[in-house]
Design a protein around this ligand. Structure first.
Ligand code: TRP
Length: 353
């Protein structure tokens, strides 16, 4: 029998999800967040939003806006603020199941920051030295001072991410493959805590589907707001087509066979089901021109996004609707976080006399 790896109701079955095995012996909880440092982009949608929304229809979910993470990436208060609204609106417009989901701003749950300190106190510096994001910035820095562009927030970033996850003892973390290392670090930190103070934290698993949840940027590198190589999730049709036209291709002419290693093929993989990919393979093998392939890709993406686009703009123009939904989620998240933090504080010796 085929097991749907996204179905946490397949109790006790062994799932194979891109190299990650996990067992779901009990009701699993799902948690993911998006950093609010720009408008929502297609990479956020494919890597985190789409899989998490599917899961939210069936399992208890924690979905949050990583606004404190945003301060590490840029220091434009208006951008952080606007992006919090637009990313929240995008989650709701794309169909997040608000019955099963606790939806909140990270900054509204101060317990996460308190846990951050507790975990910082036991995290080995050597573990953080190995973080790809930190190393990439060091490698990109010419000259002697390798720490020139490194803020402490960036260096400690994986600990804050661990606090986000461990605060709610979440089991499954749908993320893009670039975040895999952060989940491994979360497991290391959770383990260290459990060994030091007694077992409290679950060891979370990343939920990564390399073929359908990794969308490269226009230039083939990681799609990121920081690199300005992204496609807006809710651009109007004209802009969407324009951005798709900017996806880098080689100079092969119509009639020449196109490679499945191309950036464009990776986009198709994210937007066509298994049944239709054969047709796309034929187009690539037959040598359809890049321009025509891009038109087909536009149609596919546009068809998937059109129903959500209108809802999105309605929410952006009515921020109070979004605020109300967040406040409801935040009161639930606050309660769970308070209870967990009380136990964690007690384990480390911070309690009443
Ligand atoms: N680091 C993630 C990103 O840049 C965002 C994030 C912050 C996150 N905390 C998290 C994702 C906890 C999953 C779980 O995409």
């Amino acid at each position: 029998m085929l097991v749907n790896p996204l179905d946490p109701f397949n109790f006790g079955k062994k799932h194979h999800f891109v190299g990650v095995f996990f067992y779901t012996n009990q009701m699993s909880s799902v948690l993911t967040g998006i950093t609010t440092n720009g408008p929502p982009h297609l990479g956020n949608y494919v890597g985190a939003m789409r899989p998490a929304i599917e899961l939210s229809k069936k399992s208890k979910s924690f979905i949050f806006l990583a606004d404190y993470h945003s301060l590490i990436k840029q220091q434009d208060p208006e951008l952080t603020h606007q992006s919090t609204l637009s990313i929240a609106a995008a989650w709701i417009a794309c169909g997040l199941d608000l019955e099963n989901t606790i939806f909140y701003r990270q900054s509204s749950i101060p317990q996460i920051m308190e846990l951050n300190w507790i975990l910082t106190s036991i995290t080995p510096k050597g573990l953080m030295n190995r973080a790809h994001a930190y190393k990439a910035i060091q490698d990109a820095t010419n000259g002697k001072d390798k720490d020139k562009n490194v803020q402490m927030g960036l260096f400690n970033y994986p600990i804050l991410m661990s606090s986000d996850i461990l605060m709610f003892n979440a089991d499954l973390i749908p993320v893009g493959s670039d975040q895999k290392q952060h989940i491994e670090m979360t497991r290391d930190i959770a383990n260290k805590f459990n060994l030091t103070y007694g077992s409290f934290f679950n060891l979370p698993e990343p939920l990564i589907d390399k073929t359908t949840s990794y969308l490269p940027g226009l230039d083939g590198n990681k799609m990121s707001k920081s690199y300005s190589n992204y496609i807006d999730l809710f651009a109007d049709e004209k802009k969407l087509q324009k951005q798709i036209n900017q996806i880098k291709t080689d100079s092969l002419e119509p009639g020449e066979k196109k490679s499945q290693d191309s950036i464009l093929y990776k986009y198709f993989k994210c937007f066509v089901g298994n049944n239709e990919i054969k047709k796309i393979d034929d187009y690539f093998n037959e040598g359809m021109g890049w321009g025509d392939l891009k038109k087909i890709l536009f149609e596919l993406i546009n068809t998937e996004l059109t129903p959500s686009r209108e809802k999105y703009f309605d929410l952006i123009n009515n921020p109070k609707k979004v605020e109300k939904i967040l406040l409801e989620g935040e009161s639930k998240a606050f309660e769970i976080a308070s209870k967990n933090l009380r136990n964690i504080r007690s384990l480390v010796g911070i309690k009443t006399l």
